[in-house]
Design a protein around this ligand. Structure first.
Ligand SMILES: C[S@@+](CC[C@H](N)C(=O)[O-])C[C@H]1O[C@@H](n2cnc3c(N)ncnc32)[C@H](O)[C@@H]1O
Length: 241
């Protein structure tokens, strides 16, 4: 399989060392993602997409210690498969559940994992609120990227997370400025606690700050959460938008 040297250079610039066969699979995935007939990502330049989507997913996982022991992980609102498909390529020994309510996205995800011959991916076409009620305390880590404001993402994630497991939210700097106060209110109700904030940078020149916000589930989440489908987003636990 052809491997674009520029991807290797980008990886090196972040001091990342990924086996060649995995990098080839990631490059094949990115090619499918960017050329898929339905629009799955706004970014059309493959090198920018590589940095914005792929490096973001890799750095987030590598910098999160909790990730190394996790065996079963959910990616809520996976869209075109970020981070779920990239993580499934990188960590074949872990099992991933990728959830999205939009049928054309889950169809694309099924095609991608089939083409990539991934054996560790489950794609679920469902609203997250329903998925959570059917998968209580199942996951070591429940993660999401660009899904919703932090308090809403927490309500979606908490029930399906194991006790002493983690919720991992991909966020930008606006988390501290705008979302943290909402997340705090929701955390108390859901029995989760913000444990740490992991910072990393994307794009050398612009130094784009990215954050993984890690919450620990310290007790059982009351079964009334997540509330009925659509309610978490309409009436967020942290207060009105
Ligand atoms: C902005 S996209 C992000 C996709 C991907 N995680 C990424 O970073 O590129 C958010 C995705 O979440 C899905 N989504 C939002 N709310 C949802 C819900 N309540 N249940 C299931 N999927 C949901 C949408 O369909 C969409 O594909």
């Amino acid at each position: 399989m052809f491997l674009d040297e520029k991807y290797v250079k980008i990886m090196e610039s972040y001091s990342l060392d990924i086996e060649n066969n995995k990098l080839q699979q990631i490059s094949y995935y990115l090619n499918m993602l960017l050329n898929y007939p339905a629009n799955l990502t706004a970014i059309k330049d493959k090198y920018i997409a590589f940095e914005y989507h792929v490096i973001d997913s890799i750095l987030a996982a590598e910098k999160t210690d909790e990730f190394s022991n996790a065996k079963i992980i959910a990616d809520l609102g996976s869209g075109g498969g970020i981070p779920g498909i990239i993580w499934a390529i990188l960590y074949p020994e872990k099992t991933f559940y990728l959830v999205d309510s939009i049928g054309k996205k889950t169809e694309a995800l099924k095609k991608f994992y089939h083409e990539l011959k991934l054996k560790n991916v489950n794609v679920i076409n469902k609203r997250i609120e329903e998925f959570a009620r059917e998968n209580i305390s199942k996951f070591d880590i429940v993660s999401s990227r660009a899904l919703a404001r932090a308090d809403i993402a927490l309500e979606y994630s908490a029930l399906a997370t194991k006790r002493n497991g983690y919720i991992a939210l991909f966020k930008g700097p606006l988390y501290m400025e705008e979302e943290q106060k909402f997340a705090k209110k929701a955390s108390k109700l859901l029995k989760v606690k913000e444990e740490k904030i992991i910072k990393y940078n994307l794009f050398e020149e612009e130094q784009k700050d990215r954050y993984m916000i890690i919450f620990k589930k310290y007790d059982k989440t009351p079964l009334k959460y997540p509330r009925e489908t659509g309610v978490p987003n309409k009436m967020p636990l942290g207060g009105s938008k």
